[in-house]
Design a binder for this molecule. Structure first.
Ligand SMILES: *Cc1c(COP(=O)(O)O)cnc(C)c1O
Length: 385
């Protein structure tokens, strides 16, 4: 259904990112239908992909944003997102970043330590403002995902553990410049065992009760992001399991009158609409294996090298007999490989290769290592014209 315009690709210099904007819009529409059904609110996680055309679609779909740096807050405002729909997390917010966010009047600081809350209080006081605080809770839940993208276990650096709540509440309640508005959770990324979200809902209720016992009803419950996508069969499953996800949440999360429920999806919105397109430079004969050497490398998409991530590789221009290849990049690092011993139709110099599911944590992590150029982006809306 969401096919790649291979003819148009033939005249474009590789490597480049291609974004299917119809898939992005369909994903946003389906996500929105769930939000509307339950009266939930979404804040797109900017760090997944910050390209302007992508962010424009997401803004038009009515989403707010979830930022993890001052520059993301700045960028979101520049791209037209309303500050009162911005939430801002991160374990290491600098004074400069906090002041800029206070000045902009964001919806919530998702705070990750009592030390940070104290600093926000002091800075808000010096500016004559009141900061909205949401406590990012570390609920000690194993999200069953790669250890580098797990964020909700007690040994992870993120969030505030429940044993600190007494202190946190005291700091907030004794300041005239801090207002507690919510509880925030984000337990990890690429979560595919959706039962984890049921556990999360149960933990949210346990923790809410702790606050209710102290006569505090928080206005906002923010469940973060983390829903995984299908990296193995992206063409067969271009849209994440939103039905199952929202079914689990709506059946298990207890919401009280006056409370709003927020989500911060990143990957599940943008991963599948992006593809990294590359050409084969050489097919090199090795001992018992052939290397297909691509012109796209780890500097264009670092996920395989950084967290052993798998991306499906397709040869778009060959229909030859099936052979086995190690598919590698050109960068001078042994970790710069795409996949090993995979079956592709007979591959030759000049063939176009698609590296699928590259829309999230792809282009945005691009770097110039080896002095390589940054890959450009092309959008389906423009290529069709
Ligand atoms: C990265 C991040 C997200 C988005 O996570 P996905 O797995 O891409 O949905 C949401 N909230 C916070 C606080 C994050 O750091």
């Amino acid at each position: 259904m969401y096919t790649l315009p291979i003819e148009a690709f033939k005249s474009i210099e590789t490597p480049f990112y291609y974004y299917d904007m119809d898939l992005l819009r369909d994903t946003l529409n389906i996500y929105n239908s769930h939000l509307n059904k339950h009266n939930y609110v979404a804040h797109y996680a900017v760090k997944a992909n910050a390209e302007k055309p992508i962010m424009d679609e997401i803004r038009k779909a009515g989403f707010g944003v979830d930022c993890v740096s001052g520059n993301e807050v700045k960028l979101a405002i520049k791209y037209g997102f309303s500050p009162d729909k911005i939430v801002y997390a991160g374990v290491g917010k600098s004074d400069k970043e906090i002041k800029a966010a206070l000045k902009a009047g964001i919806y919530a600081f998702n705070c990750e330590s009592v030390e940070e809350i104290k600093v926000i209080g002091e800075l808000a006081k010096s500016m004559g403002k009141v900061a909205h605080i949401s406590i990012r809770v570390n609920p000690d839940i194993d999200a069953h995902t790669h250890k580098y993208i797990s964020t909700g276990k007690k040994e992870d650096k993120f969030g505030i553990s429940p044993w600190m709540f007494e202190d946190v509440l005291n700091v907030i309640q004794t300041s005239n410049h801090l207002e507690l508005i919510g509880l925030h959770f984000h337990i990890g990324s690429q979560i595919t065992e959706l039962g984890v979200f049921k556990t999360l809902c149960q933990r949210v209720e346990d923790l809410q009760k702790w606050f209710l016992d102290r006569d505090v009803l928080v206005e906002s419950l923010d469940l973060g992001g983390g829903l995984g996508v299908d990296y193995v069969d992206p063409v067969g499953n271009p849209i994440a399991k939103f039905d199952e996800y929202f079914d689990i949440i709506s059946k298990n999360l207890i919401v009280r009158p006056g409370q709003s429920v927020h989500f911060e999806p990143g990957r599940a919105i943008v991963a599948q609409c992006g593809t990294l397109i590359s050409r084969v430079l050489y097919v090199k004969k090795g001992k018992g294996i052939k290397f297909a050497i691509l012109d796209a490398g780890m500097n264009d998409l670092i996920r395989p090298a950084l967290y052993h991530a798998h991306h499906k590789i397709d040869n778009l221009t060959s229909t030859g007999r099936k052979l086995r290849y190690d598919v590698v990049g050109p960068v001078c690092e042994s970790s710069d490989f795409w996949d090993k011993k995979i079956v592709l139709p007979e591959t030759n110099r000049g063939d176009l290769i698609a590296i699928r599911s590259a829309g999230a944590y792809g282009q945005v992590m691009g770097m110039r290592y080896n002095q390589r150029d940054l890959a450009k982006a092309y959008y389906s809306d423009d290529l069709k014209k």
